[in-house]
Structure formats: C-alpha cells, structure tokens
Design a protein around this ligand. Sequence first.
Ligand SMILES: Cc1cc2nc3c(=O)[nH]c(=O)nc-3n(C[C@H](O)[C@H](O)[C@H](O)COP(=O)(O)O)c2cc1C
Length: 368
Amino acid sequence: MLFSPVTIGSLELQNRLVRAACGERRADRDGFITHEMLAYIDELARGGCGLVILGHGYIRRDGRLTDNETGINRDDQVSRLGLVAEQIRAGGARGVIQISHGGAQCRPSVLETTPVSPSGVEVRKTKVIPRPLESDEILELVSDFAFAAGRAKEAGFDAVQIHAAHGYLISQFLSPATNLRTDEWGGSPENRFRFLDSVIRAVREQVGEDYPVLVKQNLDDCIPKGIPLSEALTVATGLSDLGVAAIEVSGGMVDSERGAARKDITPGKQEAYFRSMAREVVKVVDCPVILVGGLKSPSVINDVLESGDADLVALARPLIREPRLPLEWLDGRDTPADCESCNRCALYKDRPLRCESLILEQEQARED
Ligand SMILES: Cc1cc2nc3c(=O)[nH]c(=O)nc-3n(C[C@H](O)[C@H](O)[C@H](O)COP(=O)(O)O)c2cc1C
C-alpha cells in the first residue's frame, strides 16, 4: 500500500511516503539557498519519497529560528528556490516548501529583538516573554504568508505547506494556552482560528484555486491547557471546508515534555504516536490526511495505511540518517529505519541538519 500512488489536490504522487518538513539549516545568512543545500536535497529527492517537504521557510526575517534557515521573504530568493524545486522533480519526487513564522519560539539572540506572539505568554523552556502583536501587525503577517506562498508557486514548487503546528506563530494563535487575546483574534475557538483562516484565504488569493495548499496542524499541543481535541477537530474541518489539499497531523510545542519529535521510539507499539488523532481527523475531513511522528517500520506504516487511519505517512528523522530508506524498502528491505530517535539532530541549531549519531559512529569506527 505504501508504494501505491495517491492524489492530493491536483497533485499526483508516485507513493504515500512523505519527507516531513525538517529545517535543513543550509541557507546563507540572508536565507538564500546554497550549493550545500542543493546537494543535500538532491540525495533526498532521489531517495524514493513521493513528496518532499522542505523545512521552515521564514516568511519574515523577524520570524526566523536560525541564521541558516531558508528564507522565502524576498522576491530575489525565488530563482535559487527554483533550483531546489527543479532538483526535487528531477529526483522523481514532488516538491513542497513549508512557510512559517517562529513567533514566541524564535530566539532573541538570533533576531536581535523581542519575538512576537498573539499574547505575552512566556515560553518556559527559553524564558522568552514575547511582545503581543498589534492588530495592524497581524494583518501584515497575513499578507506576508500570502506573498511567501506566491514566491513558492513562482519558484516552481508543486505545493506549499502552511506550518500551523508545533507552537510556532499560527499554532500560538490556535492554542488557548498561548492566545489570551480578547479582541477578534482570540477569546473563542472561532476567534483563535481567525488568523489561520485569514492566512489560507489570503494565500488562496495569491496562488489561485488550483494550487495545492497543505497545512501541518497540532491535534494536541501536549502542554497543560493546550488545544482540546474537539476544538482541533473543528479546525481540521474548517481547513477541509477551505479546500486545503492535505492536513498533516502532528502535535507538541517547544514547552512540551513529549512533543512532535519524541525520543527513544522503539520499533513497534511506540511508533505512530499521533495515529489515534489522525483516525479522528479522517472522520471529519474530505481531504487526505498525512500522519507524522515516530514511524519507522514498513509493517506499521502499511498497517496505518491499510486501516485507513491516514492516507499518507511522513518521516523526518529516519530520512536524516537514511535518505535512501524508501528505495531500500521498495527493493525489499523489511527492517525498520536505523534511526533511534536520539534527537541529537535537533541539538545543534546553528549547524547543518545531519544525523549526529551517524557522524559519531563513523568517527568511532575510524579511531578503532
Ligand atoms: C531536527 C528537526 C528539525 C525539524 N524541523 C521541522 C520543520 O522545519 N518543520 C516542521 O513542521 N517540523 C519539523 N520537525 C518535526 C518533524 O517534521 C516531525 O514532525 C517530527 O520529527 C516527528 O517525525 P519523525 O518521528 O519521523 O522524526 C523537525 C524535527 C527535527 C528532529
């Protein structure tokens, strides 16, 4: 089932395996794509995934997470972004870029200013107390998302993904734990959804009706007083009604004990930790659902797909270690990914994304 074709929006994919967005951390200091980034993506594009989603592309400079994050905030970035889009297609996959704003989870040391958010709720892990956004700034941000989506289309990506998960800006608007506003952007579930709703409508105006727009959404913030499942399901229904091409089901924020990328997941029962929520989303939406989080065995993945709990599955960390894993599975390998979910790949935010464990193992082998 994993290697059967599927359609999302107007996009036909050769299989149901997605490379989940994962900040590649290979852009230059102005967010431009580098040769190093092209080489990295080339390997992934040839690795056998049907869809490759590039990690965080910042829609505004003051929404970036690192100084090596990909930018999609300037028109002059489009031609180099186009090289990546081309490369993904040449490798046999379809290419998507994720557009994002880090909100309160940005680091003041990177931004050299105070991060913004719907309200001034502290990010406990980083001790950042964000500056609450003014109403006119919120409208500007809606336009910034739309312009970024327009650049994605112009660059030749097959689709764009709006990052509304993991406690970044849009997720902060959706969550009752981080959105304490009492104006039209907060207070009720409808008001908390208004920012994402406005972003999608503005993006749609920019890219047209047929261009596929995907959304990555938290079904569980994995923090006290986070978004209730019932409300997250209403958001998912709203997204489906807005005509999004696919919803990627995820969860967690920087402050979560166990969030999006859980540690030490062993093959088998611990895999697919957002599966039960994906199953609920499938029941209330008309668009395909992508499940992400801890997937590593072909048997579990096929079971998820065959049971109908999701239409596609996305992998992030396993492909950092083994970018050709999908091809190997296609060639008959039946063992799980080698990734041990140690999360060393997430430790060094200013270094290019790579499997740090693999590097350590290789260094060790050279010394022995
Ligand atoms: C180092 C690292 C970088 C990540 N960057 C992004 C990102 O840019 N955008 C995003 O939506 N998720 C990001 N994620 C989360 C992954 O897409 C995914 O949701 C999570 O790792 C769970 O999937 P996995 O178990 O297959 O790794 C990142 C995760 C890691 C470990």
